[in-house]
Design a protein around this ligand. Structure first.
Ligand SMILES: Nc1ncnc2c1ncn2[C@@H]1O[C@H](COP(=O)(O)OP(=O)(O)O)[C@@H](O)[C@H]1O
Ligand SMILES: Nc1ccn([C@@H]2O[C@H](COP(=O)(O)OP(=O)(O)O)[C@@H](O)[C@H]2O)c(=O)n1
Length: 232
């Protein structure tokens, strides 16, 4: 169900950049900047798992229940309005996401959509940036450039707390840290597609780096792998 086949079937020249890492390491920020700089399309794959988790909660189900999670995953489609809801950003949604993400049927149901995005980026873009947990290992193992973005759990919890406050979502510092530790454990210990760097990923610890420094290092890495330079 989850054989690696990434760029197969992609129009010649389509570039795929895989960006993985734990929660609040800066994947999304970096991915969007890379996509903008190279004119690529960007897919935040975490949103798909968050949408499945929230759908299960709204139906009164348990995100850890395989059948309920699989049902919600099969119902999700690219135009589903839930994908644009602010409710997906809450800690509750993140916890539910990491529970449904351990269900093999959920991962299988979301795989085709992610691969199709990579091989046929929307708007005819010449490339795609996907960020998540298993992009370089499972979804797009043939990606031309792979980055694994990480940071200490304390730094990540602080970043997430500030982000939630900026979005006006109530959050308590100690809860955010504990939730992040629980999610890290669940994401890296699950049996299917656990969080880990691909063997050929460039691993970048951003604990002491600002977003501009991370961006410059990522651009240099992508350039070394693809020969491409930013167009914007
Ligand atoms: N290198 C960095 N230094 C400081 N803050 C960062 C850095 N990268 C991202 N951030 C901030 O941290 C928060 C989480 O970043 P985000 O890109 O959403 O992470 P992820 O997609 O890995 O969950 C955001 O508020 C973002 O602005
Ligand atoms: N490719 C992916 C993306 C997310 N996920 C799951 O979805 C949850 C939410 O992902 P996210 O990327 O939105 O989380 P943050 O890094 O933004 O906190 C993660 O904790 C994972 O359990 C996954 O398993 N595989």
């Amino acid at each position: 169900m989850t054989q690696p086949l990434s760029n197969q079937g992609a129009p010649a020249g389509t570039v795929v950049v895989a960006i993985d890492g734990p929660a609040a390491s800066g994947k999304g920020t970096l991915s969007q900047r890379i996509a903008d700089a190279f004119g690529f399309a960007h897919l935040d794959t975490g949103v798909l798992y968050r949408a499945v988790g929230v759908s299960v909660l709204r139906a009164g189900g348990d995100p850890a229940d395989n059948a309920a999670a699989a049902h919600a995953a099969y119902d999700l489609h690219p135009e589903h309005p839930i994908l644009r809801e602010v409710a997906l950003r809450t800690d509750e949604a993140a916890q539910a996401a990491s529970k449904v993400a351990a269900v093999p049927e959920v991962r299988a149901a979301l795989l085709d959509f992610q691969r199709r995005f990579a091989t046929h980026p929307p708007g005819g873009a010449p490339g795609a940036v996907l960020d998540g947990r298993d992009i370089g290992t499972v979804v797009c193992p043939d990606a031309q450039a792979k980055l694994f973005i990480t940071a200490s759990v304390e730094v990540r919890a602080e970043r997430r707390l500030k982000e939630l406050q900026r979005r006006g979502i109530p959050a308590i510092s100690s809860d955010v840290l504990e939730d992040m530790k629980a999610r890290d454990a669940r994401d890296s210990q699950r049996a299917v597609a656990p969080l880990r760097p691909a063997a050929d990923a460039f691993v970048l610890d951003t604990s002491a780096l600002d977003a501009d420094q991370v961006f410059s290092m990522a651009v240099a890495h992508i350039g070394s792998k693809t020969g491409l330079k930013p167009t914007a």
